[in-house]
Design a protein around this ligand. Structure first.
Ligand SMILES: NC(=O)c1ccc[n+]([C@@H]2O[C@H](COP(=O)([O-])OP(=O)(O)OC[C@H]3O[C@@H](n4cnc5c(N)ncnc54)[C@H](O)[C@@H]3O)[C@@H](O)[C@H]2O)c1
Ligand SMILES: N[C@@H](CCO)C(=O)O
Ligand code: NA
Length: 436
């Protein structure tokens, strides 16, 4: 049989890794797919740039439409990123009856509803395993492996760059900007790294995971998103003292009247497996009603780990391209006309515990004032740490851990605490999950 011709858009970290993995494992991949896969054409903006891969036998073009318009190409792999030109090219490929593989979570989270609808009309597949948690096959897990379950919640470390930074801050006490620069050099970070450190990339991924887990539409604008830039070395140390680690999590939890969708730093008990996922590794815990808690762990970013998912999607597409489109696995796990209208809940309705760091005047009665405000809002205290003042300083850090409470009640207490004369700097709170 003729090989299946693939067109690549983008020859950066993921594109280069994909060329390498296909070249190295091509023979085995053909035995799995039933046909050989060849990269016939690749678009790149700068053909003279040094690459991590060998491009012999691949026609390089500097106009991406030369890939999308080529009638010989059956599958387009979009590895450019962003939501402008990538959206045009993906929709263009679908229009021309081509299957699409993409690593682009921003594109799927923001435009997936439109893209999947067009793909279904045209009878083509859009595969996006590389878009979430890099090399971990989490899309396949949720869409196929756990299809018998009602998913109760999932929680994951789904940004490799952020976890790499938090791990280096904890283990080596290193400076934030310095570690971010290293993550960029290693090809982990997004083109705009604020997407990593402000939680936007994780929110893109959580949008996709929640849609597939609960059978709801992709709703990126409903995800509460907070990054890791306000976490200090002190927070990392106090968390350790209290028996916790700070991780940046994406959490989707089914509640009676809706779903919680949130991305934020989180204290996690140090004994939990998730608390021990370090560096660029990602991990997702999924709790299904039948299977119970399950954990998926692996590299969340980098050239070949991500290419592993891209190539698996290429194999999947080749295996099913001759199947009746009606009988393929649905893009978002549930049939498109069978999605639920379970609404994303506002943050005020979320229930969680808290770590609260205050800087207060070193005088009697301050701890009691804060404790009284928390009691007024029915918030029970789990632990307190009060530190001695540093030489020459009149303020001291005061740390509280609370029990679970509605965010609305915590916010009300926090506003009153912030207004106290004795509170000397804006308080910082980190949510805390026991993940049970
Ligand atoms: N790097 C990773 O570890 C990783 C992991 C999973 C998913 N992703 C996703 O994969 C995609 C590619 O990421 P990457 O890390 O390979 O990026 P990269 O910057 O290394 O490569 C992107 C390629 O696309 C080209 N490109 C970018 N913007 C363009 C534009 N506007 N017009 C034309 N060409 C353009 C670049 O020249 C380059 O060849 C992104 O969607 C990213 O979110 C990356
Ligand atoms: N920038 C992303 C790439 C993988 O999606 C990360 O660090 O996780
Ligand atoms: Na994946």
């Amino acid at each position: 049989m003729e090989p299946v011709k693939v067109g690549l858009l983008g020859l950066g970290t993921v594109g280069g890794g994909t060329v390498n993995v296909l070249a190295r494992n091509g023979e085995e991949i053909a035995r799995r797919a039933g046909r050989a896969l060849v990269i016939a054409k690749a678009f790149t903006r700068s053909p003279d740039k040094p690459r991590i891969c060998d491009l012999s036998g691949i026609e390089q073009v500097t106009d991406p439409w030369q890939v999308v318009n080529d009638p010989q190409i059956a599958i387009v792999a979009e590895l450019i990123g962003g939501t402008d030109i990538a959206r045009e090219l993906v929709l263009g490929a679908i229009e021309r009856g081509k299957h699409v593989v993409t690593a682009n979570k921003a594109l799927i989270a923001l435009h997936g509803n439109e893209i999947f609808a067009r793909a279904s009309e045209k009878g083509v597949m859009v595969a996006f395993e590389a878009a979430v948690a890099g090399g971990i096959p989490i899309i396949k897990v949720l869409r196929e492996g756990l299809a018998g379950n009602r998913i109760e919640w999932l929680a994951g470390i789904i940004n490799g760059t952020g976890n790499f930074i938090l791990t280096a801050m904890r283990d080596q006490g290193r400076d934030f900007d310095d570690v971010l620069a290293e993550a960029q050099r290693l090809g982990y970070a997004e083109a705009d790294p604020t997407f990593d450190v402000e939680g936007i990339d994780a929110a893109h991924k959580l949008t996709i995971l929640a849609a597939i887990a609960f059978g709801i539409p992709l709703q990126f604008d409903k995800v509460y998103t907070e990054g890791i830039t306000r976490i200090t070395q002190e927070d990392v140390r106090y968390a350790e003292e209290l028996g916790y680690r700070i991780k940046h999590l994406g959490i989707a939890r089914r509640r009676e009247n809706g779903v919680e969708l949130r991305v934020h730093p989180c204290l996690v008990p140090a004994r939990r497996l998730l608390a021990n996922v370090d560096g660029v590794m990602n991990a997702v815990v999924v709790k299904g009603d039948a299977v119970g808690p399950t954990l998926y762990y692996g590299p969340g970013a980098g050239a070949e780990p991500t290419a592993s998912a891209v190539v698996a999607d290429l194999v999947d597409v080749v295996r099913t391209m001759t199947a009746d489109p009606e009988n393929r696995v649905p893009h978002l796990a549930f049939q498109p006309d069978a999605l639920s209208d379970l609404p994303p809940l506002p943050m005020a309705a979320v229930e969680t515990a808290y770590y609260l760091r205050l800087r207060v005047a070193d005088r009697p009665g301050v701890l009691a004032d804060v404790a009284r405000i928390l009691a007024d809002e029915n918030i029970s205290i789990e632990a307190v740490i009060q530190k001695e003042p540093q030489p020459g300083q009149t303020d001291v850090p005061l740390i509280f851990l609370t029990h679970r409470v509605r965010e609305q009640a915590f916010d009300a207490a926090l506003a009153r605490i912030t207004a106290l004369d004795s509170v000397k700097a804006p308080p910082y709170r980190i949510r805390l999950e026991t993940l049970e």
